[in-house]
Design a protein around this ligand. Structure first.
Ligand SMILES: NC(=O)c1ccc[n+]([C@@H]2O[C@H](COP(=O)([O-])OP(=O)(O)OC[C@H]3O[C@@H](n4cnc5c(N)ncnc54)[C@H](OP(=O)(O)O)[C@@H]3O)[C@@H](O)[C@H]2O)c1
Length: 244
């Protein structure tokens, strides 16, 4: 009996997940299906899972927080991040998970070859919350950077004014959409001239594969990584959740 999966969000347009899972089904000769449910109504998720007999569903923007009160249970990953990107249906009992967080943690951990790390996290949106949960697990101290000053954040202007921020923080993680297609000529406003070959630049953006942010680091000899591995890992983790 084939199982059915899908993605809820709005707008959906091009979907990495649909192609990823359909390729996976094809390779294994499975008749499982993966469909897109493009809707502005997060509250429809329960009916949608039931009506389409879905075993699991991915959740994307703008519903990652809105689905939380509709679920029967929240895994610790979703509780820590405060957002759900995977729902598992166990005979009508719905549990929410966050696989961005363990995916980023695994990807970062296997990439870093230095234990003396301090991070700057650019952006304060949903993706930054997954990144921060991972940094906390890995005991990596961090400072958040935002366009807006707050008790927890410094601004890009402060980074430009005080060179110590970049000198003292050797890992810079871009969790903003800046540089993402179609705005591929943009990059976060950083004093790139202060980067050194000892810096690590991790961009959650995966399209294009090499953003201007990563190019600027690469020009100086800094190590760079895009969001592709994280993207694949979060999908594989969802698959494991649905099938255990
Ligand atoms: N690789 C993966 O698996 C993966 C997983 C999740 C997300 N992502 C990528 O991560 C990125 C962010 O996702 P998200 O859901 O967190 O997005 P989001 O909530 O729309 O934006 C994240 C934060 O970026 C900052 N920001 C937004 N526009 C900006 C601009 N023009 N200039 C400077 N800062 C800006 C904002 O923080 P401030 O207001 O504090 O400045 C915002 O809260 C997207 O490109 C997404 O595709 C990748």
């Amino acid at each position: 009996m084939p199982s059915h999966f899908g993605l809820i969000g709005y707008p959906l347009g091009h979907s990495f997940s649909k192609k990823y899972f359909e390729d996976k089904f094809k390779k294994s000769g499975s008749l499982d299906t993966y469909n897109l449910f493009e809707t502005e109504a997060a509250h429809s998720v329960k009916a949608l899972i039931k009506d389409n007999n879905l075993k699991g569903i991915n959740v994307t923007i703008p519903h990652k927080q809105a689905v939380i009160p509709l679920l029967d249970n929240l895994d610790r990953s979703a509780q820590l991040v405060g957002a759900v990107n995977v729902i598992k249906n166990d005979g009508g009992f719905l549990t929410g998970f966050n696989t961005d967080y363990p995916a980023f943690r695994a990807s970062l951990k296997s990439w870093l070859d230095n234990t003396n790390i301090k991070a700057l996290v650019l952006g304060t949106g949903g993706a930054s919350k997954a990144v921060i949960a991972a940094l906390n697990d890995l005991k990596i101290p961090f400072q958040q950077v935002s366009r807006t000053k707050s008790a927890k954040t410094i601004t890009y202007q402060e980074l430009l004014k005080n060179s110590d921020w970049i000198i003292e923080h050797n890992l810079i993680i871009n969790t903003t959409p800046v540089g993402m297609t179609p705005n591929t000529d943009e990059a976060p406003e950083l004093p790139y001239n202060l980067l050194t070959p000892s810096h690590y630049l991790y961009d959650l953006v995966y399209n294009p594969e090499e953003t201007v942010f990563l190019q600027k680091g690469n020009n100086i000899g800094a190590k760079g990584k895009n969001g592709l591995e994280m993207l694949h890992l979060q999908a594989e983790l969802a698959w494991d959740i649905w099938n255990t």
